[in-house]
Design a protein around this ligand. Structure first.
Ligand code: PMP
Length: 278
């Protein structure tokens, strides 16, 4: 089921939101975020709502609702689903008026909730993309802007065409940035748990930050540093973090087979335990 809140009411189905003249349709002024409900628990909901407000600001839009208002709507919407539902929660802010530059005050808000079971802890395959994450001077990389996904989905299409599930993208300096739509961690050859240091080219994932904190609470320090692409060939584990799948292991990288390893497994368990407390 899809359920959307727009202009003061909840409606089921694929609710039309845009007009032919709307800025977001014409020039891509839309931002979104993705959170999850898992049997009524809402892990890190507020950071996701805070981020949609800041993403909107970065694009010259203005989210018309506060975090508290959005949270109340999310809770109202989640209560309309069965208690054990696993849902994707997608707040969206988009521009309507404006010729070239969007009129911030005319930004619109919509919130869509839909069934999306948490993927199992099963391995996925990934290849190295020929496409790069743009630098902060080339695209609104500090926002979760829909426009960025035009390139990320090109990378995914390229990966699919090569027979892989996912793409790993490098930054413009040739270092590992992230998967096309999730953050990347490795367990390096020396056993260190490592994730690329934030450098403004890829999303500062909320799940990434949560997993770093959860592993730290177990005494496992995650090194945030530059990761060279050659390290993907020697890593003991490669795994992804992101709202959709939370923690999932990459079990094939190019022609290498990897195990769904103990660090990824522990990070997933810790995340699920954290969910119960949220
Ligand atoms: N990078 C990209 C490009 C993404 O789309 C996502 C999913 N939101 C992530 C990373 C992971 O971010 P988060 O943990 O905040 O969902």
């Amino acid at each position: 089921m899809y359920l959307t809140y727009f202009n003061g009411q909840w409606t089921e189905g694929n609710v039309p939101l845009y007009g032919a003249m709307d800025h977001s349709l014409w020039l891509g002024s839309s931002v979104f975020d993705g959170a999850r409900a898992m049997h009524g628990k809402l892990p890190d909901l507020r950071p996701h709502l805070e981020r949609v407000i800041s993403s909107a600001d970065k694009l010259g839009l203005r989210c018309p609702l506060s975090v508290d208002e959005m949270e109340a709507l999310v809770r109202e919407g989640v209560a309309k689903f069965p208690a054990d539902a696993e849902l994707y929660i997608r707040p969206l802010v988009f521009g309507t008026d404006g010729f070239l530059i969007p009129v911030a005050e005319a930004s619109q808000f919509a919130l869509t909730l839909f069934d999306a079971p948490l993927p199992p802890f099963a391995g996925f395959s990934a290849c190295l993309s020929t496409l790069l994450r743009p630098q902060a001077s080339m695209a609104p990389t500090d926002a979760k802007a829909s426009a960025l996904y035009a390139n990320s989905t090109r990378a995914m299409r390229e990966a699919k065409a090569r027979g892989f599930d996912q793409a790993i993208m490098l930054d413009a300096d040739g270092n590992v940035a992230e998967f096309a739509a999730s953050n990347l961690f490795i367990v390096a050859a020396d056993g260190a748990v490592v994730t690329p240091k934030l450098n403004g080219t890829f999303l500062a994932g909320i799940t990434r930050a949560r997993v770093i904190a959860l592993l730290a609470s177990e005494g496992v320090t995650v090194e945030e540093r530059t990761v060279g692409k050659e390290e993907l060939m020697t890593a003991r584990e490669i795994f992804s973090t992101g709202n959709y799948g939370k923690v999932t292991p990459c079990t094939r990288y190019e022609d290498r087979t990897l195990e769904a390893g103990p660090v990824a497994r522990r990070a997933r368990e810790l995340y699920l335990a954290f969910t119960e407390t949220s």
